[in-house]
Design a protein around this ligand. Structure first.
Ligand code: MN3
Length: 320
C-alpha cells in the first residue's frame, strides 16, 4: 500500500510540476506577447499556412477554427480624451474586452460560432459564459464603434433627431433621462444604459445589469435593438472619475459617434441590429482608420497574438 501511495504521490507531483511549468510558460508567454489583436484577414492568412500552420498542427488546433476576435480600435487610445483617458481605454480594450473574447471562444471551442449578434438572442438561456462573455464581447464591440474623437462624431440625423424629440421632448431631455437611468441610484452596480428601438419601432431608454443587453431574450429591461449604449461598469471610468459616475456619463456625450448611431437607427427601423463585428463601418464614418502606420503596427504584433491563442489552446487542453 505504501508503495502504491508513493506511486500515486509521484504521479500527482509530476502532474503538479507539469501544471506549474505550463502556467509559468503561459504567464511568461502572455507577458512577452501582450494582448494585441491581429486583424482578421491577417490572422486567417497565418492560419492557412506558414509559421502558424505549423503551430496549429503542432497543437492540434484545426486550421478552419473560426473565433471571435478583439477588433482594434478605430482611433488611438488617447483619442477620446479628455472624456475618457488613455489608460482607461487601454485597460478597458486590451484587458477587459479581450478577456470576454478569450472566454467566449473557450466556451464555444470545437463548435460553430454564429455571428456575434445572433449569439445574443439565446445568451441568457445558454448560461453564464454566453451571457457574460458573449454579451461582453458584443457590448464592447458596439461601445468602441459608437464613439469618436471630440468633434468627429457629428450629430443625430434629422430622422433620429425627430424621433428623439418625439419620444423624449428634446435632445437635452433625452440626455438627462439617459443620465438618470445610468446613475448609481437607478443602475446599482455594474451594467449598461441603452437607447433602443423597441418592438413598435419607438425609441426607449433602458438599462441592463452586468453584460446583458436588450437583444437577449428574457432580459431585465426593455427588449429591442440597441443603437447606443453607455458602459457604466467602474472599469469604464474609475481611474479618472472615481465615484463620480454621473460626471463620466456627462463627459461621454462629447465622444458619441452620432453618425454611427444614426446609421444603426436606420438599420433598426428595418429590424436589423448592429452587426458589430465589422469594425470598418464606423471607422469609415469617423474617418480615422485605415492609415498605413496603424495597420503596419498591428500586423507586426499580429503574429504574437496568433501564437498566444494557439498556445493557450494547448495549455488549456494539455498538461494533465
Ligand atoms: Mn466595459
Amino acid at each position: 500500500m505504501a508503495a502504491r501511495r508513493d506511486g500515486v504521490s509521484r504521479h500527482a507531483a509530476h502532474r503538479m510540476l507539469a501544471v506549474g511549468l505550463t502556467v509559468t510558460i503561459a504567464v511568461h508567454f502572455l507577458n512577452a506577447t501582450g494582448f494585441v489583436p491581429a486583424p482578421a484577414p491577417f490572422r486567417r492568412e497565418l492560419l492557412s499556412g506558414g509559421i502558424a500552420g505549423v503551430l496549429a498542427s503542432a497543437v492540434s488546433v484545426p486550421s478552419s477554427t473560426e473565433a471571435y476576435e478583439l477588433p482594434p480600435l478605430g482611433y488611438a487610445y488617447d483619442a477620446l480624451e479628455p472624456s475618457i483617458d488613455k489608460e482607461t481605454m487601454t485597460i478597458h480594450h486590451d484587458k477587459h474586452h479581450n478577456t470576454y473574447v478569450v472566454n467566449i471562444n473557450k466556451a464555444l471551442e470545437g463548435n460553430e460560432q454564429p455571428p456575434l449578434v445572433e449569439l445574443q438572442k439565446t445568451a441568457i438561456q445558454r448560461g453564464p459564459a454566453f451571457r457574460n462573455s458573449g454579451g461582453g464581447v458584443y457590448n464592447h464591440d458596439l461601445f468602441w464603434l459608437e464613439m469618436a474623437p471630440v468633434g468627429k462624431g457629428g450629430s443625430p440625423s434629422s430622422k433620429l433627431a425627430a424621433a428623439i424629440d418625439d419620444s423624449f421632448g428634446s435632445l437635452d431631455d433625452f440626455k438627462a433621462k439617459f443620465e438618470a437611468a445610468g446613475a448609481p441610484g437607478a443602475r446599482f452596480g455594474s451594467g449598461w444604459v441603452w437607447l433602443v428601438v423597441d418592438a413598435e419601432k419607438k425609441l426607449a431608454i433602458t438599462s441592463t445589469p452586468n453584460q446583458d443587453n436588450p437583444l437577449m431574450e428574457g432580459v431585465d429591461g426593455v427588449p429591442g435593438i440597441p443603437i447606443l449604449g453607455c458602459d457604466v461598469w467602474e472599469h469604464a471610468y474609475y481611474l479618472k472619475y472615481q465615484w463620480q459616475r454621473p460626471a463620466y456619463i456627462k463627459a461621454w456625450w462629447d465622444v458619441v459617434n452620432w453618425n454611427q448611431v444614426s446609421a444603426w437607427y436606420e438599420d433598426a427601423l428595418g429590424a436589423k441590429a448592429p452587426a458589430v463585428d465589422g469594425v470598418p463601418t464606423a471607422a469609415a464614418l469617423v474617418g480615422q482608420r485605415g492609415s498605413v502606420p496603424v495597420a503596419t503596427t498591428l500586423e507586426k504584433k499580429g503574429l504574437s497574438f496568433d501564437v498566444k491563442i494557439n498556445w493557450e489552446s494547448k495549455l488549456a487542453l494539455g498538461g494533465s
